[in-house]
Design a protein around this ligand. Structure first.
Ligand SMILES: [Zn+2]
Length: 152
């Protein structure tokens, strides 16, 4: 429902375009943002680019306050089956075939952000790639929900 909000859709579209998804692999950049509840709906607050090794959480709070953060979103400007540089458990980059959806590190980030924000569970995450969107929370893959891209 949050992802159907037109303001959120516009924010998603902007994050996606900022990722340069059609550029050479080295020129694409994963983009991160908060999904924030506002007085009138929801919006995306861009947090800038991350690396293949993700998002360190050392970022600014929205003006609405941390309690208004309902999730975080980031882009994977890749297609399933494409060879990318992926971050391994030792934070080293190595070539890997992109599988789609959140990485293991993305799932850990969801758990860690929930802890940092004082939530009772993981902070929900959304990942968008060339194939679609996945909503997830923490390490339980059975909780993943695939969402259509809806035209962009
Ligand atoms: Zn990721």
């Amino acid at each position: 429902v949050v992802l159907d909000d037109p303001v959120v859709r516009a924010g998603l579209d902007q994050l996606w375009r900022n990722s340069s998804p059609d550029a050479n692999l080295a020129q694409r950049h994963e983009q991160f943002g908060w999904i924030v509840r506002t007085a009138t709906g929801y919006r995306i607050q861009p947090l800038g680019a991350g690396s293949f090794c993700g998002f360190d959480g050392a970022v600014s709070s929205p003006v609405e306050g941390n309690d208004a953060i309902v999730g975080f979103i980031h882009t994977h400007p890749y297609s399933i089956g494409e060879t990318i540089l992926a971050c391994d458990a030792n934070m080293q980059l190595s070539p890997a075939v992109y599988q789609g959806g959140p990485s293991d590190i993305d799932r850990v980030t969801s758990v860690n952000l929930g802890t940092q924000l004082g939530r009772s569970g993981p902070l929900p995450g959304v990942v968008i790639d060339k194939n679609g969107m996945t909503v997830y929370a923490g390490t339980q893959k059975t909780m993943d929900v695939a969402e259509p891209r809806c035209g962009y």
